[in-house]
Design a protein around this ligand. Structure first.
Ligand code: SF4
Length: 115
């Protein structure tokens, strides 16, 4: 089976939000990302539909998603100054949820761009 093509895909890796990427993919992975820079190409080509990792970890050990959420909520609730950080590889919807969580926690919000 040949590769399918998605034209005008958006790369959200660095913040430039290039929206003219041409992705060549099969059912599992992206094989080519035309017009993407080296960072965007690496980002697209390293995402797959394969399940490579467990759904959740607690202290490096496999855990259920419910247990991981409970543990994360406890840690965040007990933190003096929680930092919600990163979000470079997340969707706009997930970033919105991160902002709402930082507001609710009275914590700090920062992205990888501060590096
Ligand atoms: S293709 Fe490169 S420059 Fe464009 S958004 Fe992705 S990482 Fe940034």
């Amino acid at each position: 089976m040949g590769l399918q093509v998605i034209r005008n895909a958006t790369c959200t890796f660095c913040g430039c939000v290039c929206d003219d990427i041409e992705l060549h993919h099969d059912a599992v992975r992206i094989h080519e990302a035309k017009k993407a820079c080296v960072l965007g190409t690496a980002w697209f080509l390293n995402h797959t539909a394969e399940k490579k990792h467990p759904a959740a970890l607690i202290d490096g050990r496999e855990a259920t998603l419910d247990d991981a959420i409970e543990t994360a909520a406890t840690l965040l609730h007990e933190a003096d100054m929680p930092l919600v950080y990163g979000m470079s590889n997340t969707t706009c919807e997930a970033q919105k949820e991160c902002i709402a969580m930082a507001d609710r926690l009275g914590g700090l919000l920062d992205s990888h761009t501060s590096l």
